[in-house]
Design a protein around this ligand. Structure first.
Ligand code: UDP
Ligand code: MG
Length: 168
C-alpha cells in the first residue's frame, strides 16, 4: 500500500460536543501517524475553497455557515494530517458515511453525527475522500513547515521584509 496523507477536520459540532479526545482515540486505531495539527479560524474564503466542488448544491450556503462555526458558537475547527499506508481509506472507514443516519453506528459519524431540522448533516468530522482531494485539501489547510513529513514536493525560497508577530 502507498504512503498517503489525508486531511481530517474536527468540525464545530465535534468541538462543541467535546469530542476531540474521542475522535482522536478512534483515529488512533488506524495506527497512522499525525503529521500536523492546528486549530483554525475558518474564514468564508477558506470554507468556500474547501467545499468548492459542492458549489451549486442546495445545502452549500448552510454548509459554509456550518464549517465556519456559525451554528455552534465556536468559530474554529481542528485540522490534522494523518500519514501512513493507505491513510485515506483507513480514515474514511472509521469516519463512516456522509449521512450520519446511514453511517455504521460504530463509526465516528454513526456514533456522533445528526441531521439538523434544516437538513444539514452535522457529522462531527471531515476526511478526504481520495488522493486528489487529499492533496488539494492538505495544501489548502497546511504549509509545508507545519507538517513533519512531506509527500508532496516542496521548494525553498528566501523571504525578505516579512512582518511577523513576536511576543512583546
Ligand atoms: N452534506 C450535507 N447534506 C448532503 C451532503 C453533504 O449536509 O446531502 C454536508 C456534510 O456535512 C458533508 C459535507 O456536506 O460532510 C461534504 O459533503 P461530501 O459529499 O463531500 O461528504 P463527505 O466527503 O464529508 O463524506
Ligand atoms: Mg467530501
Amino acid at each position: 500500500m502507498a504512503i498517503e496523507q489525508t486531511l481530517v477536520l474536527i468540525k464545530p459540532d465535534g468541538l462543541k460536543k467535546s469530542l476531540t479526545g474521542n475522535i482522536l482515540t478512534r483515529l488512533s486505531e488506524t495506527r497512522l501517524e499525525i503529521a500536523g495539527a492546528r486549530i483554525v479560524r475558518v474564514t468564508k474564503e477558506l470554507a468556500k475553497e474547501h467545499y468548492a466542488l459542492l458549489k451549486g448544491k442546495p445545502f452549500f450556503e448552510e454548509l459554509i455557515k456550518y464549517i465556519m462555526g456559525e451554528f455552534h458558537e465556536r468559530r474554529k475547527v481542528m485540522a490534522l494530517v494523518y500519514h501512513g499506508e493507505g491513510a485515506i481509506q483507513k480514515v474514511r472507514e472509521i469516519c463512516g458515511a456522509t449521512n450520519p443516519e446511514e453511517a455504521d453506528p460504530a463509526s465516528i459519524r454513526g456514533a456522533y453525527g445528526r441531521i439538523t431540522t434544516s437538513g444539514i448533516y452535522e457529522n462531527a468530522m471531515h476526511a478526504s475522500a481520495n488522493p486528489e482531494e487529499a492533496e488539494r485539501e492538505i495544501k489548502l489547510w497546511f504549509s509545508p513547515e507545519e507538517l513533519v513529513y512531506h509527500i508532496y514536493p516542496v521548494k525553498e525560497a528566501e523571504l525578505k521584509k516579512v512582518k511577523k508577530l513576536s511576543w512583546a
